[in-house]
Design a protein around this ligand. Structure first.
Ligand code: AMP
Ligand code: ZN
Ligand code: FE
Ligand code: FE
Length: 289
């Protein structure tokens, strides 16, 4: 069906999909900046956010590769923070302006990730699972070190069939070789994101995103909620969308892509309307005014 001429432009714009949550080789994604941009173009996205764990190192390389391709690259980051009760919250910083500020603010957290990986390697060895720290660092390739690198290094070494099995048996939360990550307080995370000119969005809140918890974070300066995420049950997506309106927040959504070539979590799979990104930018502009 063809749209009436008067609504043609709006319809086109509404149809343009964005993806506001994805990882690259700068953290635990497997897509290099080159593959990242190829995937975003192949998915027909008008905008894509680079949201690596604790680093913005891939933002400029992705921007350079996307230049002239009609693809807007949103500078982002995903931080692990803890709330007042000590519960973990993943916080996305989106539309960050001062990349240097974010990178410096998270340097200690990235360093702590290396030490944490070292502890996991020691715990694995104590369990009789031999793994060299050098192999983990090689897997990370200079990016922010994470559990997926430990998992992939073990698969490469022939000590596990799949990365998932490594999480299930050893390094998933509560498993024998699991080591907690150093986490900033949620107020610290929000302060870094806002000082750098971005908006703070609670990543994949799911069922944990109760009205009470969202309201507490909103009081601490939270700007938005990731409403659409592959892990969300439809009922939670609806509930979170309503909370966004009720608490005057902005909606966001993305695939949380880590580089898989297929499957349920590929870039663009959440089909987030570009209108949501425009709401975010309007919110930012309003905050500055
Ligand atoms: P880290 O930040 O080092 O704790 O690693 C977190 C990343 O590990 C997530 O972004 C996922 O990519 C992956 N991950 C976490 N938990 C699991 C799990 N149970 N199974 C598979 N992958 C997981
Ligand atoms: Zn990850
Ligand atoms: Fe996350
Ligand atoms: Fe993520």
């Amino acid at each position: 069906m063809t749209a009436a001429p008067s609504e043609g432009r709006a319809a086109l714009r509404d149809a343009a999909a964005v993806d506001l949550h994805a990882h690259t080789t700068a953290s635990d994604g497997t897509a290099t900046p080159e593959r990242f941009v190829q995937a975003a173009r192949a998915a027909g996205l008008s905008a894509v956010a680079v949201t690596d764990h604790d680093t913005v190192a891939a933002v400029e390389p992705v921007r350079r590769l996307a230049a002239g391709a009609g693809l807007h690259v949103v500078a982002g980051v995903e931080m692990s923070v803890h709330d007042a009760e000590g519960k973990e919250v993943h916080m996305l910083g989106l539309h960050v302006a001062d990349l240097g500020m974010v990178e410096r603010a998270l340097a200690a957290v990235r360093k702590a990730r290396v030490e944490r990986a070292r502890l996991m390697v020691e715990k694995l060895r104590a369990l009789g699972v031999q793994l060299g720290m050098a192999d983990v660092l090689a897997e990370a390739g200079g990016g922010a070190v994470g559990r997926p690198h430990v998992a992939r290094a073990l698969v490469k070494a022939g000590r596990a069939a799949t990365a998932q099995a490594v999480f299930d048996n050893w390094i998933g939360a509560g498993k024998p070789a699991y080591v907690e990550k150093q986490r900033l307080a949620v107020e610290e995370g929000i302060a870094i994101i806002r000082a750098a000119g971005g908006i703070a969005v609670w990543a994949h809140p799911g069922a944990e995103g109760t009205r009470e918890r969202v309201a507490a974070l909103a009081a601490a300066g939270l700007d938005g909620l990731e409403v659409r995420h592959p892990s969300h049950a439809p009922a939670d997506t609806e509930r979170l969308r309503a909370l966004v309106d009720e608490l005057d927040l902005v909606p966001s959504g993305g695939s949380d892509w880590h580089g898989a070539a297929g499957g349920p979590r590929v870039l663009g799979c959440m089909h987030v309307s570009a209108v949501w990104m425009e709401l975010q930018l309007a919110h930012l502009a309003g905050r500055a005014a």
